[in-house]
Design a protein around this ligand. Structure first.
Ligand code: XMP
Length: 310
């Protein structure tokens, strides 16, 4: 049985020993993993930590404001970095899933590297957890936050990495969050991938295409939040399909809705969502997003699919 209290005590000691007199920044996306990691390090080293939220333009509706507000409410010094234009620039012309992940990772680390220089720090905190390490080492996909495990030396970016949660799976990270006294809106948060909506815009990632999937995501979350599922989201396809809007033929966008149950994201089951709920989602997405003419529901488990499309 995992002992979250003992884990916290040991971690605090180890973080203090490692960090010493250095200064630290923490890349915090607002997800459970990075927020728990940030909070833990703040508890260990206090004012030596600055939390950084990078606004890459790929976040859910209202997310940047929410995360900054939560971090500040914990008494953590926090910086919001507006890097939207730079991220969209690196996605230009890229359609391959792994290339997009790598482009995101490069931009993420170079942006953090810049902040690291400005803040004159030695360490970067990351919320890497065990599942990220396993899937990256296995070559299933290159998780954006696993560097040393795949032989990339983070020092080329100008800093060392601190990953206090890298031996834990998600349920234990939540236990640590609860034990630390974090509000349930953080400790029970649905997982959200580091590369954010870029994984859910199949094909090229542009501000216009992200706006479509952001709106669809908001609708899915509003209609299915009460189900308590592991993840629920929308994906914008790279293909188009024929439909009818305002009495005219429209060759428009396709959205897939994905809702899954899982323990630890290593395996997952497509949720049997009540038909009425699905119909409401389809109706809202096709009405509220003018370019969408078709909305599908993904019934594939993991494996053979993964949870995300990319
Ligand atoms: P897959 O798609 O591999 O996803 O079944 C498993 C879980 O991991 C999340 N995910 C990521 N999280 N960086 C992250 O921080 C990533 O690059 C990444 N890719 C997938 C996904 O949302 C699911 O919870």
């Amino acid at each position: 049985m995992f002992d979250s209290k003992a884990f916290i005590e040991n971690s605090l000691e180890e973080i203090r020993r490692t960090v010493g007199e250095s200064r630290v920044i923490s890349a915090c996306s607002g997800g459970v993993d990075s927020t728990v990691a940030t909070y833990l390090v703040h508890k260990a080293v206090g004012e030596k930590l600055v939390a950084v939220f990078i606004d890459d333009g790929l976040r859910r509706e209202g997310e940047p404001e929410f995360v900054v507000r939560v971090l500040k409410s914990f008494g953590i010094k926090t910086r919001l970095i507006d890097a939207k234009a730079e991220f969209f620039a690196v996605f230009k012309g890229r359609t391959d899933a792994e290339e997009k992940r790598k482009a995101f990772r490069e931009k993420f680390y170079s942006t953090l590297g810049k902040v690291a220089k400005e803040e004159r720090i030695d360490y970067i905190v990351q919320g890497t957890i065990k599942a990220d390490v396993i899937e990256t080492v296995k070559g299933i996909k290159s998780q954006h936050n696993v560097l040393s495990q795949i032989g990339i030396n983070p020092e080329i970016y100008g800093y060392k990495i601190l990953e206090p949660l890298k031996d834990l799976f998600k349920p234990d990270v939540r236990k640590v969050g609860r034990q630390l006294g974090l509000p349930s809106e953080i400790s029970e948060r649905m997982p959200f991938p580091g590369p954010a909506l870029s994984l859910r815009v199949l094909g090229e990632v542009t501000p216009e295409r992200v706006a479509i999937v952001r709106k669809a995501t908001q609708i899915v979350e509003e209609e299915t939040g009460h189900l308590g599922t592991f993840q629920n989201f929308a994906v914008l396809h790279n293909d188009k399909a024929t439909g009818i809007k305002d009495g005219h033929r429209l060759y428009g966008n396709i959205i897939t809705v994905r809702i899954v149950d899982s323990e630890d994201a290593v395996a997952a089951r497509a949720t049997q969502v009540p038909n009425e709920t699905l119909r409401k989602i389809v109706m809202r997405i096709t009405r509220e997003i003018p370019t969408v003419v078709r909305c599908l529901y993904d019934m594939t488990d993991k494996p053979p699919a993964t949870i995300e499309f990319e």
